[in-house]
Design a protein around this ligand. Structure first.
Ligand code: SF4
Ligand code: SF4
Ligand code: SF4
Length: 190
């Protein structure tokens, strides 16, 4: 009887060990098989400009986004206006963006809404830099996952001087300046 018990215990241990191994292996395979995205950490970005020039796509898959919940809706938006521009209006000569990708819309005095037309954005980060220095930092760069072709080796990641890029699970593709990640961004304006 005691021999029988020993065998049972040994068999049980062998069974549970095998089950644990199978579970661990399954999890490892699952993790490995989970597709990844390249993600840009806006908190590390120094707005060097290489996101425009080093993507394999032209225009770049890196776009400026506006985090509306921290935007000041400023009349004098340094991300929108050229430094020293004489008029606070949407005249082309007053705009900082080289492609006129930012739309300025009057809300109510003295607030304006700033929307990025991502089809025009080349990811140059000029507006991001100005908003960070003089404003709330609501403009930030991200890789648009619906445009990016998810290269094995992201050519911007290879050249980025600030080590901003990493591969992350597809369930958390986007990152705010605060480091919080999120799944989906509103569809791009065009
Ligand atoms: S290459 Fe890096 S530091 Fe330069 S703009 Fe892109 S994310 Fe920012
Ligand atoms: S200034 Fe550069 S990053 Fe900002 S919206 Fe225009 S093209 Fe995009
Ligand atoms: S993975 Fe390729 S397509 Fe996507 S941002 Fe990097 S270089 Fe551009």
């Amino acid at each position: 009887m005691s021999e029988r018990k020993k065998i049972d215990r040994r068999d049980f241990m062998r069974f549970t060990g095998a089950a644990a191994f199978t579970g661990a292996t399954w999890m490892a395979v699952g993790e490995k098989a989970e597709a990844k995205y390249w993600q840009l950490d806006p908190a590390k970005c120094t707005q060097c400009g290489q996101c425009t020039t080093h993507c394999v796509l032209n225009p770049s898959a890196v776009k400026c986004l506006n985090q509306f919940d921290i935007c000041g809706y400023c009349d004098l938006c340094f991300g929108y206006l050229q430094p020293g521009s004489r008029d606070l209006d949407s005249g082309a000569e007053n705009q900082l963006c080289p492609t006129a990708a930012i739309e300025r819309k009057y809300i109510e005095a003295p607030y304006y809404e700033y929307k990025i037309h991502e089809d025009k954005c080349i990811g140059c980060a000029k507006c991001v830099k100005a908003c960070l220095i003089f404003g709330n930092g609501s403009f930030y760069l991200q890789i648009r996952q619906d445009i990016c072709i998810n290269c094995n080796e992201c050519s911007i990641a290879k050249s980025c001087p600030s080590d901003c890029f990493s591969e992350v699970p597809q369930s958390q593709p986007y990152m705010f300046l605060t480091g919080d990640t999120y799944l989906a961004h509103p569809p791009a304006l065009s």
